[in-house]
Design a protein around this ligand. Structure first.
Ligand code: AGP
Length: 600
């Protein structure tokens, strides 16, 4: 959840470093810094706040260096400040380190180093790395000193390191992402592809435990024991246009409107009129239980997945908050399938929960968006969403594509057991992109309805069956970008306490489309109306009964119940976006949040 960028080549490094950080700012943005390799010394510039603050500082300097590293931070240890901003240096200011992740044993290492006379300037965990390298450089060369340092570290890292007098960048990866862009006589190192795409599409992904020495001509990758690792150069499929906002005010709005195409991409090559085609290495007959581990929005798509696997495959399913699952010493059998759902593929809790299930013998599968991400390389099999980069901190297209991938997986498991699959699901699935477009065409109506909520302090989102997880997701969208406290509940649960919250000041959003719970939802709506709650209802076209009970309605096209979440969440995404935008909030970078939470 921090952003790292490094450059080594023939161009002036500073503008490239600053621009690279701008592309990575969604990963964290409370402070930033660069370090340049000048003849026999290092030049470091840092700033509290966003990358723009750093840019203002470097604009006042003459900086001809062509090698450098940089960092944009999301604080974990040590409050956001210039002092705690990366890069962090050793005592002699000859070694500079930028780091994404957490050094879990940093206190013990810091004590040991302080006893040996090292002076620390920051409160960060990262600073121990620069001092350890300094310590080992006394009797080793730069590369050996880094290897010895890595051997002592516990935790997670994506590291980039400079040493005065050495025309190279050394990088290392364990538990946090790191990717190398291969240019012509220049190299680009970054936390993810969004910062590399404009320079090159030739990339190398690194695995945990690898260290790489990078110079202008090339790179050499080694394992912790010094063994050389041969790396494959891959071609990035994303183009820069996918990254930029394509004319939308925010990445989030762009990504909401991308959903018809994103879902079409998730389906591409995986579905015909009669069958689902997935290249996953799982024997469906051996699966007796499914356990899904995820966080946040991805957890809610897992809740929908539970309905899907139970209905389509008649398999028992558990959906677990990854952060809870990983410490519970869960009971796992070797005929369990553990599914990790993660847009970024880097969420620390989800990765740890996956590894816990794997350690206990479960087969594993990932439903991931970011190609080459850590979780995608830990699982036995996986389904990439192919949704394209999701830059907005609030997840939108990843959610609907995750559900789409879960439908495909459920159908596939059933199909591969030589069981009949409901061809109508496939037929309806193919219509979903168009149905989403019909909802998107009502964006201006949703924008107008945003006024119904934007001055409220609280809101309730209610649904039943397939729509209950959609209510949870709608509430999360609203609270994480508009800062309005919102709760999602099973509609029938209101009478067990929460209905005490309802009065004329409580906006209530109902998902009231005509599914198997429709009659029950109508009575829940009446309970709210009787207490003067103001109701916005998501209904199907032509609906009369739910619409009569609501103050406002938004229509979503009818589809089969198990696909309804994909369509019904769209107005809730738009509602959250327009409320937050009307409140003047930077929707893509809401306070306190980062796009990928790579620490627990
Ligand atoms: C979603 O809007 C949030 N930003 C957050 O809950 C997110 O879904 C969660 O952190 C999981 O991220 P992942 O899908 O990348 O693992």
């Amino acid at each position: 959840m921090c952003g790292i960028f490094g450059y080594i080549g023939f161009q002036k490094a500073t503008p490239l470093l600053v621009n690279g950080l701008r592309k990575l700012e969604y990963r964290g943005y409370d402070s930033a810094g660069i370090c340049l390799l000048e003849p026999n010394k290092l030049k470091t510039i840092k700033a509290k706040g966003r990358v723009g603050e750093l840019a203002r500082k470097v604009d006042n300097e003459i900086l001809p260096a062509t090698i450098g590293i940089s960092h944009t931070r999301w604080a974990t240890h040590g409050e956001p400040s210039e002092r705690n901003a990366h890069p962090h240096l050793d005592c002699q200011e000859k070694i500079a380190v930028v780091h994404n992740g957490i050094i879990e044993n940093y206190q013990a290492l810091k004590k040991l180093l302080e006893k040996e006379g090292h002076c620390f300037l920051s409160d960060t965990d990262t600073e121990v790395v620069s001092h350890l390298i300094e310590k080992f450089c006394l009797n080793n060369n730069f590369e050996e000193a880094v290897l010895k340092t890595l051997a002592l570290l516990e935790g997670a890292w994506g590291l980039a390191i400079l040493k005065a007098g050495e025309n190279k960048i050394i990088a290392a990866k364990k538990g946090s992402p790191l990717i190398l862009g291969i240019g012509n006589n220049e190299m680009f190192l970054a936390s993810d592809a969004s910062a590399i795409l404009e320079h090159t599409k030739k990339v190398v992904y690194f695995n945990d435990g690898e260290m790489v020495v990078i110079d202008q001509k090339g790179f050499l990758t080694k394992m912790a024991n010094g063994d050389i690792v041969k790396k494959e150069i891959q071609e990035l499929k994303w183009d820069v246009g996918q990254i930029e906002k394509a004319g939308f005010k925010h990445f989030m709005l762009k990504e909401i409107f991308e959903q018809p195409q994103a879902i079409a991409n998730t389906l591409r090559g995986r579905i015909t009129d009669n069958e689902v085609k997935l290249s996953i290495d799982i024997d469906p007959a051996s699966i007796k239980r499914i356990i899904m581990v995820a966080c946040g929005t991805s957890f809610y798509s897992g809740l929908i997945g539970k309905h899907l696997f139970e209905k389509i495959c008649r398999l028992p399913v558990e959906v677990e908050y990854a952060s809870e699952f990983r410490y519970r010493d869960p009971i796992i059998n070797n005929n369990d399938l553990a599914i990790a759902i993660s847009q970024s593929g880097e969420t620390a809790d989800t990765l740890a929960a996956l590894n816990e299930a794997k350690r206990k013998g479960a087969k594993t599968l990932g439903i991931i968006n970011v190609v080459g991400s850590t979780i995608s390389r830990e699982v036995d099999s996986g389904i990439y969403l192919h949704a394209g980069p999701e830059i907005g901190v609030a997840s939108t297209k990843a959610f609907t594509c995750q559900i789409t991938a879960l439908v495909l997986l459920a159908l596939y498991l059933q199909q591969e057991k030589n069981a009949q699959i409901d061809k109508n699901i496939i037929k309806e699935l193919k219509l979903i992109p168009e149905k989403i477009q019909q909802v998107l065409n009502q964006a201006e109506l949703v924008k107008a309805l945003a006024n119904f909520i934007k001055n409220s302090s609280n809101a309730l989102f209610l649904g039943r069956g397939f729509s209950y997880p959609v209510a949870l997701e709608g509430a999360l969208k609203l609270k994480e970008i508009s800062y309005i406290h919102a709760e999602g509940y099973p509609a029938a649960e209101m009478k067990h306490g929460p209905i005490a919250l309802v009065d004329e000041n409580m906006p209530v959003v109902f998902i009231a489309t005509n599914d198997q719970t429709y009659e029950k939802i109508l009575s829940n709506m009446q309970e709210i109306k009787a207490r003067n709650g103001k109701i916005l209802a998501i209904v199907n076209p032509g609906d009369i009964r739910a619409s009569q009970l609501a103050n406002w309605t938004i229509e979503t096209p009818k589809t089969i119940d198990l696909l309804s979440p994909i369509v019904n969440v769209i107005p809730l995404q738009l509602l959250a976006y327009y409320v937050a935008d009307a409140k003047g909030i930077d929707v893509d970078k809401p306070r306190n949040l980062a796009k990928s939470v790579t620490v627990e």
